[in-house]
Design a binder for this molecule. Structure first.
Ligand SMILES: Cc1cc2nc3c(=O)[nH]c(=O)nc-3n(C[C@H](O)[C@H](O)[C@H](O)COP(=O)(O)OP(=O)(O)OC[C@H]3O[C@@H](n4cnc5c(N)ncnc54)[C@H](O)[C@@H]3O)c2cc1C
Length: 597
């Protein structure tokens, strides 16, 4: 039976045929990760996702963690799966060898995470948070902090969290009130309340490393007064043994629509004498450290959304092949046998839309991950800085586009199932609920949109945006060599030019009304970028088909061309009216008085 979790052929296509991950194996940091080792890791990930993560997915959803007698209880399978995940080396994937890591390319780790996320995203969330926290510590932590905590995080003995949000400070982190009081021994005492902290308490590991944003007393107001602290749940003695419980307590669990296997916690820091914490890096730079981290975390959120879109698509595809219902519209004989629903054109429409969103989103997030690798290990300074510039620009798109359209794909997956899709008997209902989080956390859709239009397309006088446009036009030009792609090359080149002109006009007059349409801008640019990535995939598919591949590959590449055609004929044209309204600086909702609502 074909996997309903993730299409391995597509992952291999993206890694090797589109993104040239082979080139990363020649870099010193990744020299142990050639095709064979990467294939072995992906094989193991697929097997564990199928036999270990996926079977617990529904159970974790139906038996969400509880807060009883001051402690969290949760199904043991979540912890057992994560233990095996860590034993197989996945938790340590990104870390430096010095700390027990295996220095895997970020792109490959992203592909692996996609497999686990598609199988069970609420279990995978603990791993994602730990990997991200470890990464942050590795980049900004002191030698002593790393020695004490990093190896134990990379081995999965301790998990990590990111403690940003407070009841009054969600999107607006400048309003954080948690405070940090310096102590004579160099440590700080942290006091405040955090909310929505994923994995803030759990019944899996003996310790949790909280990375906490707080203000040192008398720090300047706003974002420039926020610092980052390492606050362990349990203090670690000099000999490595676990010491006293720190003054961090669980005030309660939050009950959610999806992602139920991940605990969402309200944490109180300093109910007694203040939680012991240590400053990471320099004072007042916490948010800038966090933002560096967020480039990765946001791409990972987009990747999770893409993974859920992929698995929803595969489930509905399998269902459409099995479910027999009705006859072709032209069939006159009521006694003729009914057909599988995949024969109905409207079901095919919903399947190809899902394929275009899901595989487009996966391509986008792996492309962004490839930029992370290039930024870190590119061979020249120019390659590294160029990748960083493009990554900065595309991060809000890589987070938001999959979150929006992956969810739309999941809605179509339910629709393909008809009434069964709306029941708990089929997995697509949970997949949709789980995916609904992704446009919210790690910066909402609206915040990503403001970041893109208000900051990123304006960076360096628009240089990053102009570079992106040049790359897209380059692909359009190259694609013209394939007669079947000329129609799409022209469409991409025209839309990029319109987007370029509109963006230049908006940039020159960035008013509040312009920013009021930022979400439309984000959606427009997302569609243009994904159209570009579809055209890139189509070029690879055309070249591969010309080399006369074997039958299964012929179907695979033909499927890529069909999805590209769908995207260019039915999706990219949606940007036309958006560009019209953006260029006209429409003020429909901006101009509405509050009592008009
Ligand atoms: C399941 C879950 C897990 C989470 N995990 C974590 C975690 O591990 N660590 C952590 O620190 N946080 C976490 N969060 C918090 C999450 O990052 C915040 O919920 C999110 O940033 C939004 O903040 P908020 O909920 O306060 O909404 P608000 O900021 O109140 O936003 C409400 C609405 O107003 C819009 N809005 C707000 N400000 C603006 C503006 N300036 N311009 C335009 N629109 C605006 C938003 O886009 C949104 O639509 C999690 C949240 C959830 C639901």
């Amino acid at each position: 039976m074909e996997s309903r979790i993730m299409n391995r052929r597509d992952l291999d296509f993206l890694l090797y045929e589109l993104l040239d991950v082979d080139a990363l194996s020649s870099r010193v940091r990744h020299e142990d990760h050639g095709r064979d080792t990467i294939a072995a890791m992906l094989d193991t990930a697929e097997a564990m996702a199928e036999t270990d993560f996926a079977p617990n997915n529904r159970k974790a959803d139906e038996n969400e963690p509880r807060f009883e007698n001051g402690r969290v209880t949760q199904i043991p399978e979540t912890g057992e799966s994560l233990r095996r995940f860590s034993e197989a080396g996945f938790m340590a994937a990104l870390g430096d060898e010095r700390w027990g890591g295996i220095q895997m390319p970020f792109t490959v780790n992203m592909a692996i995470n996609a497999v686990f996320s598609a199988a069970n995203i609420s279990t995978m969330a603990y791993a994602f948070l730990t990997q991200s926290a470890a990464n942050m510590l590795e980049t900004f932590g002191s030698g002593e902090q790393k020695e004490r905590f990093l190896p134990r995080m990379l081995s999965g003995e301790f998990f990590g969290t990111m403690c940003l949000t407070e009841p009054q400070a969600g999107s607006s982190l400048s309003d954080i009130r948690t405070t940090a009081a310096p102590q004579a021994d160099g440590s700080y005492r942290i006091t405040g309340n955090k909310i929505y902290i994923s994995g803030g308490e759990q019944a899996i590991t003996s310790n949790i490393v909280h990375l906490v944003l707080a203000r040192i007393k008398d720090a300047p107001p706003g974002v420039k007064g926020i610092s980052l602290f390492l606050v362990p749940k349990v203090l670690v003695n000099d000999d490595g043994s676990l010491g006293e419980r720190n003054d961090v307590s669980l005030a309660g669990l939050i009950h959610k629509m999806g992602y139920r296997g991940t605990t969402s916690t309200m944490l109180n820091f300093g109910e007694r004498e203040g939680a012991v914490g240590w400053l990471i890096g320099e004072p007042h730079k916490g948010l800038s450290y966090m933002f560096q981290m967020m480039n990765e975390a946001r791409v990972i959120v987009g990747n999770g959304a893409a993974a859920l879109a992929c698995t929803g698509y595969l489930h509905s595809l399998a269902y459409a092949r099995e479910r027999v219902q009705g006859r072709p519209a032209a069939a006159k004989d009521p006694t003729a046998p009914p057909v599988p629903i995949i024969k109905h054109p409207d079901v095919r429409r919903m399947l190809v839309a899902q394929k275009a969103y899901a595989e487009g989103a996966l391509a986008l997030t792996l492309f962004a991950a490839r930029l992370v690798d290039e930024w870190r290990t590119g061979e020249t300074e120019e390659a590294r800085s160029g990748a960083h510039q493009l990554l900065e620009l595309l991060t809000p798109v890589a987070k938001s586009w999959p979150s929006q359209w992956g969810l739309e794909a999941n809605s179509l997956a339910i629709q393909v199932h008809g009434g069964y899709g709306y029941t708990r008997e089929y997995p697509v209902e949970q997949i949709y609920r789980d995916n609904r989080l992704n446009p919210i956390h790690e910066g909402t859709h609206g915040i990503q949109a403001l970041d893109l239009l208000g900051r990123k397309v304006r960076m360096d006088d628009g240089a990053a945006f102009e570079r992106l446009c040049a790359l897209m036009v380059e692909t359009a030009d190259a694609a013209r060599a394939h007669p079947g792609l000329v129609e799409f090359s022209d469409a991409l080149a025209d839309t990029v030019e319109r987007a370029r002109l509109t963006t230049a006009a908006l940039r020159a007059n960035m008013t509040e009304t312009v920013l009021g349409n930022a979400s439309v801008y984000l959606e427009m640019l997302g569609h243009v970028v994904v159209a570009w990535l579809w055209l890139k995939q189509a070029v690879v598919a055309c070249d591969a088909l010309a080399a006369d591949p074997h039958e299964a590959d012929r179907a695979f590449y033909a499927g890529k061309l069909a999805a590209c055609r769908y995207f260019f004929r039915w999706e990219l044209p949606k940007t036309g009216p958006q560009l019209d309204r953006l260029a006209a600086v429409d003020d429909t909702w901006f101009a509405m008085a509050e009592d008009h609502f």
